[in-house]
Design a protein around this ligand. Structure first.
Ligand SMILES: *Cc1c(COP(=O)(O)O)cnc(C)c1O
Length: 222
């Protein structure tokens, strides 16, 4: 029952991505679906793995450390993305565990990640998170400071994969996605991590290369 639910939801989300991509004359394969499994335990995650999903996202280092080593042992080829805020003192653990980090948003974190990568010889792909609505309470680099952060990340030789944003809640997200796409065009790097359960089809029509989908796959979080 649970397995059916999971595979049906996965099929639905993949269909929605493919449909949105076609509308925008893009290839569905150009969009990576990150299944955001935060708060869900291994028993909720396994059915998605069984249905073929291999790319997952978590928002906390500690939670991911507790869940994923065992799941990865069961199934080789899992790709794990950190989508939540990262403290500089957790940079080492993040570099050890994750294949991509979507929340690089300040120079101190650039420095800590570069140091951890040099030490470990592991280089997870990095997305620079932009505070696209310039909201005081939100993570991400202010829009105006992005060029400087890109410069710092390049100088530190971080493997830059793209930009990431979480638009303001409860307003039309399309203009924010369009702004992130413009920032990527103007400054590089080219990847776009944008779109969540409520708005991923819109994000795909505007150029998302990575969508981060939780509740549409796992059901509501407690
Ligand atoms: C939780 C989370 C998501 C997934 O959210 P849903 O609305 O459940 O799809 C995506 N991105 C980030 C940064 C998150 O923290």
């Amino acid at each position: 029952m649970l397995t059916d639910d999971a595979s049906q939801r996965l099929t639905q989300v993949r269909d929605d991505i493919a449909h949105a991509a076609r509308i925008a004359d893009r290839k569905p394969e150009a969009v990576t679906l990150i299944a955001v499994s935060k708060t869900h335990d291994a028993d909720a995650i396994r059915p998605l793995i069984a249905a073929g999903q291999r790319v997952f996202g978590e928002n906390r280092v500690q939670e991911a450390e507790a869940k994923w080593p065992a799941l990865r042992e069961e199934t080789p080829g899992i790709e794990l993305h950190l989508v939540g805020q990262l403290q500089s003192n957790k940079a080492e653990e993040a570099v050890t565990l994750f294949d991509a980090i979507h929340s690089v948003d300040r120079e101190s974190l650039v420095t800590a990640l570069a140091k951890a990568m040099d030490k470990q010889g592991r280089r997870p792909a990095c997305f620079l998170q932009v505070n696209i609505g310039d909201e005081p309470q939100k993570g991400g680099c202010p829009v105006a400071e992005l060029p400087k952060l890109i410069e710092q990340a390049r100088a530190a030789d971080l493997p830059l994969a793209g930009l990431m944003c979480v638009p303001p809640l409860e307003v039309e997200p399309a203009p924010y996605f369009a702004l992130l796409a413009k920032l990527a065009r103007d400054h590089g790097p080219g990847g776009l991590s944008m779109g969540m359960s409520s708005d991923f089809p819109t994000a795909v029509t505007i150029g998302a290369t990575h969508v981060r989908v939780g509740s549409a796959l796992f059901g509501a979080r407690a």
